[in-house]
Design a protein around this ligand. Structure first.
Ligand code: XMP
Length: 510
């Protein structure tokens, strides 16, 4: 494996992605990971990420000397390069001109890092304020830019390398090749990491951990992550996995039937369905505040799940579809980001029920989870679906959630689902859905006045849900949606389209 030590760069996850694209397994850990732990991971190579710190700050983040002396090749990127240089006794200085943006790198030496790059001049992306001013005798320059005499350096023994530019970003067109050269050429990784291999390893791990009399419980949300995790655990231990799907009454049209079809039908995994709509609606009655709705739903979910789990009988483990970005968020030295919305999850469950966690996807990124799902035989229906928030339609009904409002939104939203699928827009859009607004407006239908509800359409494009832009959908397509929704949904006489990006808005309305 390739170990990435994170100094807090916003691009650290991209480094991990690029390494995996070279078919080598990589993990991100905080820069202060103790040396014994680094040794235990037996990395073939180490990458030191960039970071926001300046070398001139007191207490600037650093690693132990031993971490650089483990014997495996090390590549320092930007701040990571200064770390290497400083360990070897370098001086750095504030650059005369700070470099942010594109630069031309001139390769001065045929280092294996640059293998296969045809031109001596390469476009690279810079983002730094410091630069290495004088390098110690142990390092030699292998490339420069106009502003940085030492834009890439190598130690005399060939084990340590540093580059000032960022090879992990798309703006460095040959950056992926440079990282591949490091991982395969310099570290000697075989480049044979595949999803099929990953799935096999996880199956063996789960079988080793779960004894013949143990049971694993899982709460399915309908989302990709928990579905793939369940399929994987089921492949490993069969019916010692027990799955519960809580029908909160806050689902989109057809969701429950789809879950039954996929699990009980295609995958042969029995699904216990808890009909809990009454309970959720009772507890939500009269509640308007979005955060309060989210908390109520989170608690109700745990109560229902606990009740269902008791009916199934004892279990030792709880399966969860935790992904790598969630893990990084909690281990990164930057710490979890500020809470904008309390995401609904079953986080409280393991402690309350004294369950140990099984999280077979915690090393994977979202698109890798999709690949794992395909490997396990899940259809596109289950694997390529759009994200759906845990609190469901409750956060798409602005204000109080009632049975009538749910029915109205579900009917209008079903038309959105249908039309998006018919137009083949699913792949382009991150999400597309309807939102019910808590107001009525005047309309004219036939010869009469109407005074009815408003549906807002939300369709966004996004890479990861952290930022998003509203989709520039074809006006004729929007016209068709509007006309179908107002004609086919009794109680709706107006449709509006949300043209706000995130930020400043969020994707969901609550
Ligand atoms: P926002 O509204 O914060 O949403 O821009 C970003 C993405 O997260 C989804 N979302 C949730 N997912 N539990 C989830 O699993 C939640 O409570 C939740 N709230 C929002 C949202 O659909 C979007 O894709």
């Amino acid at each position: 494996m390739i170990l990435i030590l994170d100094f807090g760069s916003q691009y650290t996850q991209l480094i991990a992605r690029r390494v995996r694209e070279a078919r080598a397994y990589s993990e991100i850990h905080p820069y202060h990971l103790p040396v014994e732990k680094i040794r235990a991971l037996q990395p073939r190579g180490i990458i030191l990420s960039g970071g926001p710190a300046s070398l001139y700050e007191t207490g600037a983040p650093d690693i132990a000397d031993e971490a650089l002396g483990l014997g495996c090749p090390v590549l320092g990127i930007c701040y990571g390069m200064y770390v290497i240089a400083r360990h070897l006794g370098a001086h750095s200085a504030g650059a005369a001109a700070r470099e942010y943006g594109p630069a031309t790198l001139t390769i001065d030496e045929n280092d294996p890092l640059f293998a296969g790059l045809e031109a001596r001049e390469q476009r690279v992306w810079m983002s730094h304020g410091d630069r290495v001013e004088r390098i110690p005798a142990e390092l030699c320059p292998i490339a420069h830019t106009d502003n940085s005499p030492y834009a890439a350096v190598r130690s005399r023994d060939g084990r340590l390398r540093g580059i000032q530019f960022h090879p992990e970003v798309a703006h460095t067109p040959n950056g992926a090749q440079i990282l591949r050269n490091f991982v395969l050429g310099i570290c000697g990784e075989a480049g044979d990491w595949t999803m099929a291999g990953f799935v096999e390893t996880k199956l063996a791990e789960i079988r080793n951990r779960v004894g013949p009399r143990d049971r694993v419980l899982m709460a399915l949300s309908g989302g990709v992550d928990s579905s793939v995790a369940a399929a994987l655990i089921h492949r490993a231990i069969g019916d010692r996995l027990r799955c519960v799907f809580v029908d909160t009454g806050l689902l989109r049209a057809g969701e429950r039937a789809r879950m039954e079809r996929t699990f009980a039908g295609e995958l042969g995994i029995p699904l216990r369905i808890a009909d809990a709509a009454d309970l959720f609606l009772e507890r939500l009655a009269g509640v308007l505040d979005p955060e309060q709705k989210r908390r109520i739903i989170g608690h109700a979910f745990i109560d229902v799940f606990e009740r269902e789990a008791a009916a199934i009988g004892g279990a030792r483990f709880l399966g969860q579809g935790t992904l790598y970005p969630d893990v990084i968020e909690s281990v990164s030295f930057k710490g979890p980001s500020a809470t904008i919305k309390s995401h609904h999850n079953v986080g409280g469950l393991p402690e309350r029920m004294r369950l140990e966690l099984i999280e077979p996807l915690r090393e994977l990124f979202k698109d890798e989870v999709r690949a794992a799902g395909r490997e396990l035989g899940l259809g596109s229906d289950a694997v390529d679906r759009e994200p759906f928030p845990g609190p469901g339609l409750a956060v798409r009904i602005v204000g109080e959630v009632t049975r009538e409002r749910l029915e109205l939104l579900r009917r209008a939203d079903a038309i959105v689902i249908e039309e998006i699928a018919a137009a083949g827009l699913g792949r382009r859009l991150w999400q597309a859905f309807g939102v019910l607004l808590p107001l009525k407006t005047v309309g004219v239908m036939g010869d009469g006045r109407s005074y009815e509800s408003v549906i807002a359409l939300r369709a966004v494009e996004s890479q990861d849900g952290m930022t998003a832009d509203w989709a520039r959908l074809d006006p004729d397509f929007l016209a068709r949606l509007s006309s179908r929704i107002t004609n086919e949904t009794r109680g709706v006489n107006r449709v509006v389209y949300d043209i706000t990006s995130k930020p400043p808005a969020t994707i969901e309305w609550e």
